[in-house]
Design a binder for this molecule. Structure first.
Ligand SMILES: [Zn+2]
Length: 48
């Protein structure tokens, strides 16, 4: 499980349904949703 920061809860949460994705700038990120409120959460993992 990966932690990300939920903008709505304003705290770190475990990313639910996280999927790794590569952004246009070549950075890897984990995209998912907040388990508490369902808002999209993502976390930058570093260079791909
Ligand atoms: Zn949340």
């Amino acid at each position: 499980m990966t932690e990300g920061r939920c903008m709505k809860c304003k705290m770190s949460v475990q990313i639910k349904d996280g999927k790794e994705t590569v952004m246009k700038n070549g950075m890897k990120a984990m995209k998912g949703v907040c388990p508490k409120c369902g808002t999209k959460v993502f976390r930058i993992l570093g260079k791909a």
